[in-house]
Design a protein around this ligand. Structure first.
Ligand code: ATP
Ligand code: MG
Length: 172
C-alpha cells in the first residue's frame, strides 16, 4: 500500500470516559450513516456494542425499547430514510447462517449494525466502518473506541468534526 493511500484511511482512537460519551459518539456516527452502510461493532463481552447500537438507533429516530438481538440474532427497525438492521452474530455457527438472516438484503437496502462481525468471514464488506470498543483498566465506566474505515468514512467523519475527536473528548 502506498503512503498516500494509507494516509487516506480513517483511524481514530478516542477515550469514552462514560456512557454519555458513548452516546455522543454513536449519535455522531448515526448522523453520517447512509443506506448501504455497514458498521461493524467489535469488542469483548460487555464492552458496549449493544449500548452503542441503542444510542445509534435512538439518534436515527427509533423510539421505545431496543432489545439486544442476543437470542433473536437480528432486530430490524423500519425508520426513514433507510431501515436499520441490528445483528448479534455471536451465536451463529457459520457465515451461511447470516445469509439466512437476510444479511444481503440488509447490505443492499439498509444500514447494518453488526456485533461480532468476525463471524461473517468473507461476507464482511470492505467498505465498512469498524468500531472497536475495549475496556479501560481501573475505570469501569470508561471505554476506548477505535474507529477505522476507508477514505469515504474518513471524509464523512472529518466533515462532521470527528477528525478532532481526541482533542474534544479530552474535555469531557
Ligand atoms: N463508557 C461506556 N460505554 C458503553 N457502555 C458502558 C460504558 N461504561 C459502562 N458501560 C456499561 O457496560 C455495559 C455494556 O453492555 P453491552 O450489552 O452494551 O455490551 P456488549 O458489548 O453488547 O456485550 P455482548 O458481547 O454481551 O453483546 C452496559 O451495562 C453499559 O452501561
Ligand atoms: Mg451486545
Amino acid at each position: 500500500m502506498s503512503t498516500i493511500a494509507r494516509q487516506a484511511l480513517l483511524s481514530i482512537e478516542t477515550l469514552l470516559p462514560n456512557v454519555s460519551a458513548t452516546q455522543c459518539l454513536a449519535a455522531e456516527v448515526a448522523a453520517q450513516a447512509q443506506r448501504g452502510d455497514v458498521i461493524a461493532l467489535s469488542g469483548d463481552l460487555g464492552s458496549g456494542k449493544t449500548t452503542f447500537a441503542r444510542y445509534f438507533l435512538s439518534a436515527r429516530g427509533v423510539e421505545g425499547e431496543v432489545p439486544s438481538p442476543t437470542f433473536t440474532l437480528v432486530q430490524t427497525y423500519s425508520v426513514k430514510p433507510a431501515a436499520i438492521w441490528h445483528f448479534d452474530l455471536y451465536r451463529i455457527s457459520t457465515r451461511d447462517d447470516a445469509l439466512e438472516l437476510g444479511i444481503e438484503e440488509a447490505f443492499a437496502d439498509g444500514i447494518s449494525l453488526i456485533e461480532w462481525p468476525d463471524r461473517l468471514e468473507d461476507l464482511l464488506p470492505s467498505h465498512r466502518l469498524d468500531v472497536d470498543l475495549s475496556f479501560v483498566d481501573s475505570d469501569e465506566d470508561a471505554r476506548k473506541a477505535h474507529l477505522s474505515g476507508n477514505d469515504t468514512w474518513r471524509k464523512r467523519l472529518e466533515a462532521a468534526g470527528l477528525g478532532t475527536l481526541d482533542r474534544d473528548r479530552a474535555k469531557l
